[in-house]
Write a protein that binds this ligand. Structure first.
Ligand SMILES: [Zn+2]
Ligand SMILES: [Zn+2]
Length: 141
């Protein structure tokens, strides 16, 4: 399945600027995960990421400044070693990348694609869009 391509890559970066990346092609919708791990790693109600094929991600700087933290279950997060911002990281199958939506330098206008792990969300997490909601991880992962 090919993905449509726009003209300019979308760039993203961490707070300190050490880590910079670009995503080519049209962005998919933003996936929101409401699980307890994503809540901890983001510090907010849910994390927001764009799932794209890994060929569309280009590192512009700081790939050597990334740190990975993995749980025994295989769940992992990748972040800038200097400022702690989440960075793009590979999906478990190694074929795609999760790009943190909040790390984009501009707002290219993606909509919310949907919400996963809604069954784990906290009381103060109020979903305000009409994206589809799944109580768990839809693909069983
Ligand atoms: Zn940084
Ligand atoms: Zn999650």
């Amino acid at each position: 399945m090919s993905e449509p391509v726009d003209r300019e890559p979308i760039t993203g970066s961490c707070l300190c600027g050490a880590v910079r990346f670009a995503v080519s092609g049209r962005l998919p919708g933003v996936g929101m995960c409401h699980c307890s791990k994503c809540r901890r790693v983001s510090g907010v109600a849910s994390n927001a990421s764009l799932n794209v094929s890994k060929a569309r991600l280009t590192w512009l700087a700081g790939e050597d400044n990334l740190q990975t933290f993995a749980l025994p279950s295989g769940w992992s997060t990748v972040f800038c070693r200097t400022c702690g911002c989440p960075a793009p990281h590979l999906t478990p199958d190694g074929e795609r990348v999760w790009v943190p939506a909040g790390g984009l330098d501009t707002d290219p206008g993606p909509r919310v694609a949907g919400h996963i792990m809604v069954g784990s969300k906290v009381s103060w997490d109020v979903i305000g869009d009409d994206g589809p909601q799944f109580d768990e991880y839809p693909e069983g992962g």
